[in-house]
Design a protein around this ligand. Structure first.
Ligand code: GDP
Ligand code: GDP
Length: 439
């Protein structure tokens, strides 16, 4: 779901911004801009030979005293080794190597991320044999480039995308900033914008999206209680342009796109209207995509009396049973009352969505299922489950090794799912079950 991240590091003035601007898809292709935190950096979309990646310019380091500078260049390098999938270390071919470069190289050598050393400002080809100096950084072959004129950048990018292609599947937890992607979805007028506003108003908004042409959700990354969340608001700030189009339909399309990028979907339902078909469809889509989910019953202030409230809750439980794992929280988005419960529910759903349950615990559980004796058979075939292990996260997937995978039906799958939910913390997350043959 997320693009590989390429971080460009190097001391001030080596040409990082020039380099990034040459490679990024457009000068203004700044996707995220981070302010107010210790490190300033910008995120850009880039594409070479059909390989898309996010390019991070760690450029905006402010120089203070020498010490502060040393500290910041170090933290910049450390941050890159944590956050990036590949690091481009840019040095200045005109001035040569200095102590700061050596310090960065030392940090980078310790990381297990692929690193490419680019020697910038090599504007004239005849200077290329001066490269020997840069081998002493211990980062392999230096790539001579001129970010300003473009010399050498093509060859280097060819190699860069080769390395990106060779990366293992983007690993879990590799999101920029490790933010939890939360999509706020629901019908027009359900209160998505109000909820987004209340959720974000007391928090520092650190990253916000610049309107892109292909994107139609506005992302806001905020820090709440020490964690990062990217709120993908689908309310559609660009509704203007769609005035003549079918708002419901485009709302749905937007929701689907947001869900594709989300870890947790917050489905906002207007309690004063009640559950609609579209709410069910969107929920079904999120479940299919394997998003964690929290259901928010908004405009709760408009519902009068315990009977009416109970009725709505029952109706949700009944008609949304296919996402029965999603907690249902009633709120009033406009006041922010009880909005904290949403944060808790999102955290819990995300934790459960990302967890790995040890195989030993799963097999103790499986022994309990076997002891209970509820199995299925078809003709002469009787299902025997030998072993179970978790084979994926986000969402959790469990693979059962059984003698006859072909006879496992939906009912039995549901039975196993419910028993897993009884025994493990799986609130808020869908799970997937797989059955493989093992005789
Ligand atoms: P940053 O601080 O690392 O982001 O560096 P900048 O991209 O702002 O560049 C610093 C200076 O180096 C600017 O004056 C650039 O014009 C210049 N510069 C960048 N790349 C090249 C290059 O390939 N050749 C030459 N001659 N100058 C360059
Ligand atoms: P969106 O289209 O889903 O983004 O919905 P909005 O956030 O724009 O809200 C639609 C309307 O519902 C606005 O007039 C809000 O003031 C109102 N609204 C939102 N949340 C609540 C709520 O909890 N209670 C009440 N009474 N009105 C609400």
């Amino acid at each position: 779901m997320t693009l590989p991240i390429v971080a460009v590091v190097g001391r001030p003035n080596v040409g990082k911004s020039t380099f990034v601007n040459r490679i990024a898809e457009a000068d203004e292709a700044i996707v995220h801009e981070m302010r107010g935190v210790t490190r300033d950096r910008s995120y850009h979309e880039a594409d070479w030979n059909g390989v898309h990646f996010t390019l991070v310019d760690t450029g905006g380091i402010e120089m203070g005293t020498d010490d502060a500078f040393q500290g910041s260049i170090r933290s910049q390098a450390f941050a890159a080794t944590r956050e990036a999938d590949l690091i481009v270390f840019l040095v200045d071919g005109k001035t040569g190597i200095n102590a700061d470069d050596e310090e960065v190289a030392r940090i980078l050598r310790k990381s297990d991320k692929p690193i490419m050393l680019a020697v910038n400002k090599m504007d004239t080809p005849n200077k290329v044999d001066e490269m020997w100096e840069f081998y002493q950084l211990g980062l392999g072959d230096p790539w001579p480039v001129s970010a300003m004129h473009g010399n050498g950048t093509g060859d280097m990018l060819d190699q860069l995308v080769e390395e990106l292609r060779a990366l293992p599947e983007k690993e879990v937890g590799g999101e920029p900033l490790d933010a939890i992607n939360v999509a706020i979805i629901g019908r027009p007028n359900a209160g998505k914008s109000s909820l987004t506003n209340t959720m974000t108003e007391n928090d520092r908004s650190i990253v916000s999206d610049v309107a892109g042409t292909t994107r139609d959700a506005i992302d806001t990354t905020i820090e709440h209680d020490g964690r990062y969340y990217t709120i993908v608001d689908t309310a559609g700030l660009r509704r203007k342009s769609q005035i003549d189009e079918d708002v419901e339909y485009y709302g749905f399309v937007r929701a689907m796109r947001a869900i594709d990028r989300a870890d947790v979907a917050l489905l906002v339902i207007d309690a004063s209207i009640g559950l609609t078909d579209q709410d069910q469809r969107v929920a079904g889509f999120a479940a299919e995509r394997g998003c964690a989910m929290v259901i928010v019953l908004n405009k709760w202030d408009l519902i009068e009396g315990p009977d009416a409230k109970a009725e709505i809750r029952e109706r949700i439980a009944d008609r949304m049973s296919f996402v029965g794992y999603a907690p249902v929280i009633s709120i009033q988005a406009t006041t922010g009352k009880r909005v904290n419960r949403i944060w808790d529910a999102v955290d819990t759903a995300y934790a459960n969505f990302s967890q790995g349950i040890p195989t030993s615990k799963l097999n103790t559980w499986l022994q309990g299922i076997r002891d209970f004796g509820h199995t299925i058979s078809q003709g002469k075939k009787m299902l025997k489950m030998k072993y179970v292990t978790q084979t994926a996260v986000r969402p959790p997937q469990f693979t059962f090794f059984v003698n006859h995978p072909e006879i496992v039906d939906d009912n039995y799958e549901r039975y196993l799912e419910n028993r897993l939910r009884d025994s493990f913390d799986l609130v808020g997350t869908p799970i997937k079950l797989k059955f493989k043959r093992k005789d």
